[in-house]
Design a protein around this ligand. Sequence first.
Ligand code: FBP
Length: 262
Amino acid sequence: MTNLETNLKLIAPNGKAMILAYDQGFEHGPRDFSENPRSANFEYILQIAKEGGFTGLVAHMGLAEKYKREICDSGIPLIVKLNGKSELPSLKEDPYSPQLYSVEDASAVWAKAVGYTVYSGSKYEAQMNKEFAQIIRTAHTKGMLAIGWMYPRGEGLKEKGLSDKDESVVAYGARIGLELGADIVKVKYTGSVESFNWVVRCAYPTKVVMSGGPKTTDEEFLADVRDVLSAGACGIAVGRNVWQNKYPLEISKKLRETIFNK
Ligand code: FBP
């Protein structure tokens, strides 16, 4: 088995992934931690990832480096997010999330995979496509997985009257991830099994995971997870619906039952 296959098996055992995302402190800021103030602390998140049975944990480089030993000891595959941006600049500007760290940096903290957000449709998309393509190439030479946060967004979409959750838009983002060479694409839920199945087919054989979105009720969240799985998705890569939950380990258990039947 190649290193890439081994890492894919770790993050998606039997083809199913349950990834805990924790890049929101950068992307949205500490407002995401107000619901459950303990979630500001990475040690709490690592404990949820471990006891909750997650198959991967996403962090930016700062936390990955500070906690590299603890993450390694936990046995949870680390996914380092290589680009990032805050939500402080004007929302009128098309989004661009520059690459901040390299695949080599991620490898030095023992990451099994790297992540990168591509805002297809932004006027900066060419730059992001280029950076992500280079990241994928380097990651693959090191046997690391490349995961694309494929989030079409920006004025181009608005001009065409499109929403970032439209089937055609999400499918296009997922397809770009496949064409660039991503192993897994993380996309927004389109709202129905049929539409998400089209997304999965457009990305095939790249695997698709659902991004969680703002905190909702457990019932609604679990229903979405069931839907994307029956649409053929490989699993989820979510944050707020787990660590903003009053009972993170209970929702994690329900997720495990839904995704792995155990
Ligand atoms: P959530 O499950 O909390 O929505 O996290 C998924 C995620 O993709 C994060 O990895 C990322 O920080 C955030 O959503 C980006 O959200 P937005 O759509 O607001 O840019």
